[in-house]
Design a protein around this ligand. Structure first.
Ligand code: NAD
Length: 251
């Protein structure tokens, strides 16, 4: 028996091979979920879905900043499976800029993907979840939201991820009467490709020195938390922010 047997899950930004979304899709599929992978590149999204254990998963290309696209992803899921039980708003980008270096296009890009995308994709699935009277939305925030950056992302990334926390809590409050839950995960330093080789050895050593557990997190560490929040194990948790950071921020 899997924790997500028969559940239908949409995961955004899940085609990055070493990413948190991909690892979450894998774990959800291992626990019996049918997963819809969405990411910018359609072929990559489809290939990722085919790779998951089980054969009903599918991939669909598109940008979470585009409201019409988010609706299209939700509609395709409903058409195929008739319900949406889980949404993981994982798509995100970051940029290592200092405060005075943030140009309007940097602000737009980072807040659009991380925050606007989370809102639009949630809006696309909420009507179905409300009708079902059940659903779980899991939003990827960051330790950067809680401590004002410090790893890689600039202040605009911290602000966008803090926005995700506020949005999560407000969604939790508004959706709770319909038994739709919303929670956020705040990962610390996780080894993925989001830093795209831009992290120097010095930066890495400095970050590791600040982690009591003495290691970077793995994508699987975050996926385990997403599984908990997506499943009935967390049935009375809503509006929470769960830290997955090896002790790097204890508060
Ligand atoms: P990643 O770069 O490996 O994966 C992110 C994915 O999002 C990519 O596949 C990318 O194509 C996709 N994406 C980007 N813009 C998109 C858009 N507009 N529409 C749809 N998809 C889009 O990154 P990751 O490390 O796996 O990060 C996943 C999430 O976790 C992000 O929200 C990130 O901010 C957050 N996070 C990561 C870390 C970390 O240390 N890796 C820490 C805290 C939070």
């Amino acid at each position: 028996m899997g924790l997500l047997d028969g559940r239908i899950a949409i995961i955004t930004g899940a085609a990055s091979p070493r990413g948190l979304g991909r690892a979450t899709a894998q774990l959800f599929a291992e626990h019996g979920a049918t997963v819809v992978i969405t990411d910018l590149d359609s072929a990559q999204a489809q290939a990722t879905a085919v790779d998951l254990p089980g054969n009903s998963h599918f991939g669909i290309g598109g940008n979470v900043c585009d409201q019409g696209n988010c609706v299209r992803v939700a509609q395709a899921t409903l058409q195929a499976f008739g319900r949406i039980d889980i949404l993981v708003n994982n798509a995100g980008i970051t940029q290592p800029l200092k405060l005075m270096e943030i140009a309007p296009e940097n602000y737009d890009a980072v807040t659009d993907v991380n925050l606007r995308g989370t809102l639009y994709m949630s809006q696309a699935v909420i009507p179905a979840m409300r009708t079902q009277k059940s659903g779980s939305i899991v939003n990827m925030s960051s330790v950067s939201a809680q401590r004002g950056g410090g790893i890689f992302g600039g202040p605009h990334y911290s602000a966008a991820k803090a926005g995700v926390l506020g949005l999560t809590k407000a969604m939790a409050r508004e959706l709770a009467p319909d038994n739709v839950r919303a929670n956020a995960i705040c990962p610390g330093f996780i080894a993925t490709d989001i830093t795209a080789g831009k992290l120097t050895d010095d930066m890495r050593a400095q970050v590791l020195a600040g982690i009591p557990m003495g290691r970077a997190g793995t994508a699987q560490d975050v996926a385990g938390c997403a599984l908990f929040l997506a499943s009935n194990l967390s049935s009375y948790c809503t509006g929470t922010e769960v830290d997955v950071n090896g002790g790097s921020l204890i508060h």
